[in-house]
Design a protein around this ligand. Structure first.
Ligand code: FES
Length: 104
């Protein structure tokens, strides 16, 4: 059975927004796209920018540091097929956004 961990309250991430969260030593970015939550690795692979603090338009997040863009529903970089952020399975339980803990 996969283990799920609470990372946020649903009210912390209103529709159309994102938020950076920390789980242990991992930085994640959680986004709410029309009521559906998506979680990806929150560290931009370009130079370590905080993807959870970027501007979200539709399902595209723009890194606040230099503008790399990713589809938050897949983790896919918008221009470079070889770059994809890790994605985390998530679900909502009551008021809580939960992620499936990755195997270390
Ligand atoms: S650190 Fe994200 S675009 Fe440079």
């Amino acid at each position: 059975m996969p283990e799920f961990l609470r990372i946020a309250n649903i009210s912390d991430v209103p529709p159309g927004t994102g938020k950076e969260v920390t789980v242990g030593d991992r930085v994640l970015a959680v986004y709410n796209i029309d009521g559906t939550f998506h979680v990806i690795d929150g560290i931009c692979p370009h130079a370590g920018g905080p993807l959870g603090e970027g501007a979200l338009q539709g399902c595209i997040i723009t890194c606040p540091w230099h503008g790399w863009q990713f589809d938050v529903t897949t983790g896919q970089h918008c221009l470079t097929p070889q770059i994809r952020q890790a994605q985390f399975a998530c679900r909502v339980e009551g008021e809580n956004v939960m992620i499936e803990l990755p195997d270390e």
